[in-house]
Design a binder for this molecule. Structure first.
Ligand code: 5GP
Length: 266
């Protein structure tokens, strides 16, 4: 039976919307309508209510959408960096929404209910913290600083504390504790791993989701959501290249991919 399906597939290639890998016939799924289209990714429903498809696009925005652009190859590098880091974190015991890659830019993920909190982890001062507080770019932040922002375009992602998160019903006290604990663990795993790639991790943003009673890491970990600095030169290899017109964005993302994604096609 399987041989018959494979032969038919070779004669009549599947339509783009019929998604498979053939080596795992259980995962055949149909891509359905977009559930959500953000600034750089689109999330699609599938015929399996337990899985979504997350597509990494080439669009770029900064400063609450005021600056916009497109960069060919950006979606590809971010998808590849994200899948590598999700797999690495899974190996280290962190539960994530990652399931498998469907194509170079499409990731199948577990359906989760996103917690409307953006967690910012900071190891070295950079970006907004140097504008709003008396830190200078490059100041070491030890222990790392964890900041919660309310994930809301309407309100401009304002910083919140635990009391506000509880008052708004964004998460329970136990979930907030779990999110903080997981964020610190993810941070120490990533800092050590990236040091081996000659990269510093000044700060990054994480999002979490609820799945079967657990808190799992969701969204992406990429050059759009992290600051990566070359350890030797201090050069930015992340979205700051776009935010502050520092040079060739795709070349910067490609450099990070080259260092961390095994066997990446450049
Ligand atoms: P900052 O507060 O300096 O703007 O950002 C701190 C870190 O969190 C940076 O690595 C930045 O990329 C990430 N970050 C904060 N908010 C967002 C957001 O809304 N979208 C994305 N992609 N990254 C964010």
């Amino acid at each position: 039976m399987i041989l018959l399906i494979i032969s038919l597939y070779q004669i009549f290639p599947a339509p783009a919307s019929l998604l498979y890998p053939l080596n795992d016939l259980k995962t055949i799924m149909i891509k359905q309508e977009a559930l959500y289209s953000g600034k750089a990714k689109t999330v699609f429903k599938t015929d399996n209510t337990d899985k979504f498809i997350m597509e990494f696009r080439n669009s770029l925005t900064a400063f609450d959408g005021k600056k916009k652009s497109e960069a060919r190859g950006k979606g590809y590098y971010n998808a590849q960096i994200s899948q590598t880091l999700f797999k690495f974190l899974e190996e280290k015991g962190i539960k994530t929404h990652f399931d498998h890659m469907l194509s170079d830019t499409e990731m199948v993920v577990d359906a989760v209910e996103i917690v409307l909190i953006e967690v910012i982890v900071r190891n070295i001062a950079a970006g907004s913290i140097t504008k709003k507080y008396p830190f200078k770019t490059g100041d070491k932040l030890n222990p790392p600083i964890i900041i919660f922002d309310y994930k809301s375009d309407e309100f401009g992602d304002p910083m919140i504390n635990d009391d506000m998160a509880l008052a708004m019903g964004l998460a329970t006290k136990a979930e907030l504790e779990e999110i903080r604990k997981l964020s610190l663990k993810i941070n120490s795993i990533l800092v050590e791993y990236l040091a081996g790639k000659n990269l510093l991790l000044p700060d990054f943003k994480l999002e979490f989701g609820r799945r079967k009673g657990n808190i799992v890491l969701a969204d992406e970990i990429s050059c759009d959501t992290c600051r990566f600095w070359d350890r030797t030169t201090g050069e930015s290899l992340d979205k700051d290249v776009f935010r502050f017109d520092k040079g060739d964005l795709v070349a910067a993302y490609r450099e990070v991919a080259k260092r961390i994604v095994p066997g990446i096609k450049l």
